[in-house]
Design a protein around this ligand. Structure first.
Ligand code: FVH
Length: 295
């Protein structure tokens, strides 16, 4: 193993943490691993990782410490154990937390790190474990920018690095926003499959129509984005009024065909509100404004 690559510790060896540790190993970094259930260190030790007996021992081994646990509550609990083991354990370390969580949780963990003399970087992994270190994997980062620049080339072993800002909550915000877009698409696609299946149309056959259609619609997203940023929502393409007139057909067809309408009823309510508030000539981009909670 090349001696010049900086060491990395990885805490949390579930599906994702194991993929991260394996990627650091493959890139030639000395890797120390720790997991709550020690058996999960086995495959990584076989690949050359060093097992740590405790989380504090793993933190002590490397300047760069990557956490990938199930939730940020788990991370918070684990952080709290570190000074118990050794009050100086985290001083000067860069803690990179790649656990899924909220912006507020990331800011709270960053505060904890600052209080204990550590650098904190939050991250959002835009990949499934099988994609790690592959061409399409990328990770969003935010927090301590100097620490990020110091360790960026090491972090690049798991996927492309994308900096989102010094507010530690920004990586989580971008992560959740990207996943929100994905879940919206998943729900719509599942509703569409449920609808065609009521007439025994194979989902595989229908997907041949659906995939290019969704792709073509998604290609319009940059235009919506421009309208949202500029506040100019007027359209001559597909107005709120046109969509409002058509939308009852969807709810009626779901009911007639025996498909649940729960997921789409809220969309009717938003279109109703857009009409009531005088946005009938606007495009669908107006919805992003209407979704903002009002004080
Ligand atoms: N898997 C995926 O596709 C997604 C892709 C995007 C990012 N997510 C997030 O990554 C985090 C970890 O996900 P994971 O897939 O590795 O999850 P698991 O395989 O279930 O592993 C969970 C690890 O967390 C450890 N753990 C749980 N509770 C605690 C605790 N109280 N104290 C210490 N460690 C804890 C668990 O340990 P063990 O059960 O093996 O002892 C695993 O190491 C997650 O935020 C995803 O949303 C993955």
């Amino acid at each position: 193993m090349p001696a010049n690559k900086p060491p990395v510790s990885v805490l949390g060896l579930g599906m994702m943490g194991s993929a991260l540790a394996a990627a650091f190993l493959k890139a030639g970094h000395p890797v120390t691993v720790w997991n709550r259930s020690p058996a999960k260190t086995g495959p990584l030790v076989a690949q050359g990782a060093l097992p740590a007996k405790t989380a504090a021992e793993a933190v002590a081994e490397s300047p760069l410490v990557v956490f990938c646990l199930l939730t940020n509550d788990n991370v918070r609990e684990l952080f709290a154990t570190l000074p118990d083991a050794d009050a100086e354990a985290v001083v000067g370390k860069t803690l990179v937390n790649l656990t899924n969580g909220t912006p507020a949780q990331a800011r709270d963990l960053a505060d904890w790190a600052a209080e204990h003399g550590a650098h904190y970087i939050d991250g959002g992994i835009m990949a499934v474990p099988q994609m790690i270190a592959g061409p399409h994997a990328y990770v969003l980062y935010s927090g301590d920018e100097q620490a990020y620049e110091t360790h960026r080339s090491t972090l690049a072993a798991v996927g492309d690095t994308k900096w989102t800002g010094t507010d530690p909550g920004l990586a989580a915000l971008h992560d959740l926003a990207l996943l929100t877009g994905m879940y919206g698409m998943v729900l719509g696609v599942m509703q569409a499959f449920a609808l065609v299946r009521t007439e025994n149309i194979p989902a595989t056959e229908f997907s041949e129509l659906l995939v290019p259609w969704i792709g073509a619609m998604l290609a319009g997203a940059p235009e919506w984005a421009e309208a949202i940023d500029s506040g100019r929502h007027l359209t001559d393409v597909s107005s709120i009024a046109v969509n409002h007139a058509a939308f009852p057909n969807f709810l009626a067809a779901f009911r007639d065909q025996g498909v649940r309408a729960d997921l789409f009823e809220p969309f009717q309510a938003i279109l109703d509100r857009a009409m009531t508030e005088g946005y009938e000539a606007d495009g669908l981009s107006r919805i992003a404004d209407l979704l903002r909670a009002r004080s």
